[in-house]
Design a protein around this ligand. Sequence first.
Ligand code: ACM
Ligand code: ZN
Length: 759
Amino acid sequence: MVIKLLKSIALITIITCSLKAQQVNIIPYPASINIMHGQFTFDKNTKIVLVNDIHNTNQKEVVLFNDWLNNYFGYKLTTSNKIKQNENTIQITAINSESEKYELNIQGNTIKIKALGEGLKNAFESLKQLIVLNNKQNSSTIPCLFINDSATFKWRGMHLDVCRHFFTKEEVKRYIDYISMYKMNTFHWHLTDDQGWRIEIKKYPKLTEIGGWRKGSMVGHYSEHTFDTLHYGGFYTQDDIKEVVAYAQTKHVTIVPEIEMPGHAMAALAAYPNYACTEGPFEVQKQWGVFEDVFCPKPETFRFLEDVLTEVMALFPGEYIHIGGDECPKTRWKTCSHCQALIKSEGLKDEHELQSYFIKHISNFLSKHHKKLIGWDEILEGGIASNAAIMSWRGEEGGIAAAKEKHYAVMTPGAYCYFDHYQGHPTQEPVAFGGYTPLEKVYEYNPIPHALKEEEKKYILGAQGNVWAEYLPHFNHVEYTAFPRIAALSEVLWTPAEQKNLNGFLQRIQGHFKFLDLYRINYSKSIYNINYEIRIDSTEKASLYLNNILFERNITSHNDSIVYQLSENAALQKYTNPVSITQSTQGRAFFYRNGEALGKDCNFKFFKNKATSKKVNFVEPPSKYYNKGNLTDGLLGHSPRINSEWLAWSGKNMDAVIDLIHDTEINTINVGFLKNEDDWIYLPSYVEIMISSNGKDFTSVSTKPVISQELNRYNYLFKIDKQKVRFVKIIAQCAPVIPEGRNGAGNNAWLFVDEIQAD
Ligand code: ACM
Ligand code: ZN
């Protein structure tokens, strides 16, 4: 076992060296680092000397470091409190007070560390990476350097949803290891939701007896609406929680437990229906989503929630308790006599102020017990409770509004921090929630919004990566979706902005993969995935462009190439220049390094037709948010969607005219639409095809498509029977305002279109 590991470590060294790293390979990159001449040889003869460790605080970290060495290298270092000359020594001097800071000074035959507790843990995390990535056989040759390191942000967090899928306490501990190894310090444990209540509450045993279990789960993507019938669930006993909390403390990670209210409460209401507005009965939900039955703000509900929070506060020593507050439909409150009477008696304007009343009540309760409330940004609506902190997830606006009102905020905007999004093209990646958040996007995030004034910036505590588990049935899926994005986020939060460098990070992360291999972490290699694009020039010639982030940023080595094949039986070719495409093609491409394909295969399909490359004019331009797509590039959009493949209109019709340039015989017109009503995207209510020879006088030729479906993409096929046409007009009428009872009720529907084909 150890021999096998050592072999893989030897390989690591070769690969790291070949990456021509400009930087020492440590993630997150230190705040300050000077690389010096010389090397330190780290091996089993290295000694540890502890200086001034009055309360044995550093001794505890040394024990953990030695356990780590033993685990991965099969030896421990001897410890003493006396320095001997001519021995390779790690000399650890305790500083006055504990913090995340540390100094690591590697020179000659001494590694000098100045730190205490958490800081020493962080020094060891840096050292572990240096040991592993510089290891050859039985020793590591570490460059001499001086690191003076501290964190940029205070809240360096990762979230884990254990409700949509349940993870054992051992898996949760591993997750805490991962948080700690990147010098992050906060674990947001999402413990209750519609699909399961996961924390034992002694006073209300049915919360876990009933609320901890459901009668089936969704399989495939939400849009497929299919379920299994398996009894599914699990929960943590209070002893489990205590064990995890104690473990997290040894790793210097604070746990922020989340108990959702007033919405996302179906599992609780399945157990105790009397805390809803209506009588129930309710079920623990199999489906992911937002549910209308929520807690009713009755005195008995508040008593119940306070009892629950009392037990929660006793288990979690951190200062914050997360109370959710997101996605609480007001439907039941609008027709509940108690809720309506409360709105009147409290002089509230509406149900939004009732939500605020609810949160303020809970916030006051937590304050009395010296805890602070944090909630998702919806708790701003109707007025924020004093002392409450905001977790900004619907973009950055919540965090900006909170900071402007002098409330603390943690940034978790979906576009950067939701690690349930795809990290590569959906066709190349396991099913995920949706969205597209590749590694480089996470890396480039800056938690301080531009909109904040200097004096408001201090209210941004930091940021957090969210791992919602709808599509993560097993812990190895959690690893895949979190890694390596967690590494990028750690650098966003730890490393000063002026030290951040995307190219440097993309090079370091490839060496770092070997560190993850040593830990047997199931990480994504999507940085190697190939993207494709068809570009059409002024002479209507189509060319295939292949790329990936490493080529795009010019950080490949001579051993790297993109290899492609234009059809299943065609020869594999090395990509050097854009490839001319003259006919419909179904090919593939992949990244190739030193005889090995890395990342996932990229499969591309190009549909050449009479509309390909022809100009499209719109009466009403598409929304500025979704205007990247090209309707005549011969490429179909995918579902789940990548926004750049689609054009979209909100509450407006698409009125498009294609100029085919010459009179052209056309038999069929195909138009592709997306349907994803949960995301407010509806099929058009009506589509009409018109033709013209002069671009002014149009004749209607069809309003009756044959509709076929592939996942959420709907193809509308119009037969128009050998017409000679020059101009084709497509009018697609956007669906009406979203009806009551649906996601986004009262808002304009969206119309998404990906392609128009003429044959
Ligand atoms: C959330 O993603 N509903 C906070
Ligand atoms: Zn009610």
